[in-house]
Design a protein around this ligand. Structure first.
Ligand code: C5P
Length: 234
């Protein structure tokens, strides 16, 4: 069997309503560039990434203004109603370019602080893995489950609890089948690992840096800017 290739997939078709901004969060300005420009560059940082497909909203008017990362082919597809539909559309566009056993790395458009070292380690650690996995971060805070009226029903044991980050790396065909099945069964999966779990697989958690934050709320932008500046100094 030929050595598998690695493909990047960036779902960027969301509106990011929690930001309360005029434009989707992937197009907000961060350290003099758009969030998505940083994200693309970070995902392209490993030379093993053969190409990147980006799922855009149907009315996207901003993409054409972005500067593309050097040295990697980038193309777009139209996203769908939920993240899982956007990812599936992107995977379909790999037909004819990718082999069924090639790896795909799905990375949130709003995670511009991915460390190149974490990306490379994810590829290295999972290279021989039968399933694949994702960057993740052990939970530090004590976790509470809320009941009615925001009152605590229970304290959840944080031992073994992780935050799921991205990239999430799976084999093209296996991920496509898992997403297809989850959508057909009307199971709403909020990340690719959940689709794989639902299909009976056990993705591997690979510990990543905590500064790989997802820009979600307005206060995340200055934090991301600080992280980017600090990473350049490290
Ligand atoms: O809203 P949230 O931050 O969870 O979205 C995660 C990622 O999925 C974002 O990059 C967003 O643009 C993308 N997304 C998408 N298609 C949708 C909804 C979200 O590509 N229909």
């Amino acid at each position: 069997m030929d050595t598998p290739h690695y493909w990047g997939v960036i779902p960027a078709a969301g509106q990011g309503t929690r930001m309360g901004a005029q434009r989707p969060k992937q197009y907000l300005e961060l350290a003099g560039r758009r969030v998505l420009e940083h994200t693309l560059e970070r995902l392209a940082a490993d030379p093993r990434i053969a190409g990147i497909v980006v799922a855009l909203g149907p009315d996207d008017a901003e993409w054409r203004h972005l500067t593309m990362p050097a040295g990697v082919e980038v193309w777009t597809v139209t996203g769908g109603a939920e993240r899982c539909h956007s990812v599936l559309n992107a995977l379909e566009s790999l037909d004819g370019r990718a082999a069924p056993t090639d790896w795909v790395l799905v990375h949130d458009a709003a995670r511009p602080c991915l460390r190149p070292a974490d990306l490379s380690r994810l590829l290295d650690v999972l290279a021989g893995d039968p399933v694949g996995g994702l960057l993740a971060l052990p939970v530090r805070d004590t976790m509470k489950r809320a009941g009615a009226g925001d009152r605590i029903d229970a304290t959840v044991d944080r031992d073994g609890l992780w935050h799921a980050l991205t990239p999430q790396m799976f084999r093209l065909q296996a991920l496509r089948e898992a997403l297809d099945k989850a959508i057909a069964a009307d199971v709403l999966v909020t990340d690719e690992a959940a689709a794989m779990e639902w299909a009976g697989h056990r993705p591997r958690l690979v510990a990543g840096a905590g500064d790989n934050l997802k820009i979600t709320r307005p206060e995340d932008l200055p934090l991301a800017e600080y992280y980017l500046a600090r990473q350049l100094r490290d």
